[in-house]
Design a protein around this ligand. Structure first.
Ligand SMILES: Cc1cc2nc3c(=O)[nH]c(=O)nc-3n(C[C@H](O)[C@H](O)[C@H](O)COP(=O)(O)OP(=O)(O)OC[C@H]3O[C@@H](n4cnc5c(N)ncnc54)[C@H](O)[C@@H]3O)c2cc1C
Length: 462
């Protein structure tokens, strides 16, 4: 039987950064990084490559493989304690600030650009005040933008560094986490190979969150409840949002709706970007990208409503998928509607969209009526927030603004973890998005560093 000191499950940012930190210590530690997807060059999405409908590959080429979900992401590094994850629950403020800086420096070392957006605090403060005056909270955050086109090269250079120092196994699906005497003991793969390990770090991302949840239940670990975020992606002329995006690349605004007191927020703002659709386990949802070397005349962002369910319902994933499926059913994919048509209570048509001022960057979205898809509560919350945003960026609430549906953000069930991100089982660590610890590249990567440092500490004293 093979034996490793540390086994890392999942080669997304969380797993990769755990490996980088372990290797950096230059100790004689045997490390296995095991990933069910493929190496970065071999990651292919047949749907994107051939322009065909999603064929639901067993290991999705967009989400699985070297770099995880982050590989073809927009690569916006959010240098913030407040957004992109829950690490502030585990690490104190000063330590988290230092950790984010440290993580960011590693990204820069491997090719992230030097420029950081959102640094002019005087302008940010005046924007914050304006948001406050209009019932919104602006969460200031500094952003380093790698760009979808630069992410793969960055990941390749990290891999080149790790290649000779650790074992990396691709196309290996970990089925079972093994324990013994209340401690981590190793893993079993889909090919029924048992590999023993003194420390196991699980970093399966959202892709493997359900698998981790099932494993956690089998091992008797405590799980906390989580919400689902549902909403639309908004597209408008880039000039409309420039008063915000020129000051802070990613204006993160939070609003509590008057009617329902629901939390609505902007998410993933893409100045001069384009709308994309993605297939998550057979369901088409909408998303956005921006490139470092290619600009459109539009800016897009998501408006998401956080939904916490009450008993007896406990399947937020299913609810989110159900709403997205409804859009797929009516629009054979993603639906687009002009705000003016939604307010007039009529569907959008190709002619109405063509007459509008905003040219859709996702041409195959079907013009339709989002009020048949999103429950009244969501539509009300979204309209209220658009109206509030119009006060600080006039033109947001224009009849020409395009709304694409549905955007859904699923969150993983959070495991009960200590401040080193160790589970209730000794030497078993759970990190990244899959453990409900993070929701973005920086905090996912930082979570890997936290677990690795604790393992190094234990190895040093043993
Ligand atoms: C389209 C898109 C755009 C995004 N844009 C941004 C952005 O601009 N900025 C930002 O901060 N964040 C962004 N994100 C989010 C970001 O990508 C994630 O937060 C981050 O990748 C999470 O890292 P992770 O390592 O926890 O998980 P992942 O990146 O999901 O990696 C987990 C890996 O584990 C593997 N795995 C799962 N289960 C198993 C198993 N049982 N056995 C073996 N391997 C397994 C998976 O195949 C996967 O490769 C984006 C996400 C998407 C999908």
């Amino acid at each position: 039987m093979k034996h490793y000191d540390v086994i890392i499950v999942g080669a997304g940012p969380a797993g990769i950064f755990a490996a980088l930190e372990l290797v950096k210590a230059n100790k004689d530690i045997k490390i296995l990084l095991i990933e069910k997807g493929r190496d970065i060059e071999a990651r292919i999405c047949p749907s994107s490559a051939q322009g065909i409908p999603c064929i639901t590959c067993p290991e999705c080429g967009l989400l699985c493989g070297w770099g995880g979900a982050g590989a073809f992401s927009d690569g916006k590094l959010t240098l913030s304690k407040e957004t992109g994850g829950n690490l502030s629950r585990y690490v104190d403020e000063a330590a988290l600030e230092g950790l984010i800086k440290y993580t960011d420096e590693i990204y820069v070392k491997y090719g992230a650009p030097a420029e950081v957006f959102g640094g002019d605090m005087e302008k940010v403060e005046s924007l914050k005040k304006l948001a406050d005056e209009n019932s919104m909270t602006l969460v200031p955050s500094r952003i380093r933008h790698i760009g979808t086109d630069r992410c793969p090269a960055l990941l390749k250079s990290i891999k080149a560094d790790l290649n000779s120092k650790i074992d990396i196994a691709f196309s290996e699906d970990v089925r079972t986490i093994l324990t013994g005497d209340g401690k981590a003991a190793g893993i079993e793969t889909g090919g029924k190979e048992t590999i023993s390990g003194k420390f196991v770090i699980v970093a399966p991302g959202r892709e493997g969150a359900l698998w981790l949840e099932r494993q956690a239940k089998t091992m008797g670990l405590s799980l906390l409840k989580n919400p689902v975020d549902i909403g639309v992606r908004v597209e408008l002329p880039a000039s409309v949002l420039e008063p915000l995006t020129k000051i802070t690349y990613e204006p993160k605004l939070i609003f509590y709706s008057k009617k329902f007191n629901d939390r609505v927020r902007t998410f993933c703002v893409n100045p001069y970007g384009e709308i994309v659709k993605e297939c998550v386990k057979g369901v088409w949802i909408v998303n956005g990208h921006s490139y470092s070397n290619k600009k459109t005349g539009n800016t897009n962002f998501a408006l998401l409503v956080s939904t916490h369910f009450t008993e007896p319902f406990d399947e937020p994933h299913l609810y989110g998928r159900y709403v997205a499926r409804l859009a797929n059913l009516l629009g054979k994919g993603v639906i687009v509607q002009r705000l003016g048509d939604l307010l007039a209570g009529r569907r959008s048509t190709r002619t109405r969209i063509a007459r509008g001022k905003v040219k859709p960057t996702l041409p195959d979205a079907a013009p339709g009526d989002l009020s048949f898809v999103l429950p009244h509560r969501y539509i009300t919350n979204i309209l209220e927030m658009l109206k509030a945003m119009d006060k600080i960026a006039p033109g947001v609430y224009s009849k020409h603004t395009l709304l694409y549906g549905v955007e859904v953000k699923f969150y993983s069930r959070q495991l009960k973890l200590n401040s080193s991100l160790e589970t209730e089982i000794e030497n078993l660590f759970a990190i990244g998005d899959g453990a409900g610890v993070s929701r973005g590249l920086i905090q996912a990567s930082a979570s890997g560093i936290i677990a690795a440092r604790e393992i190094l500490r234990r190895i040093a004293v043993s």
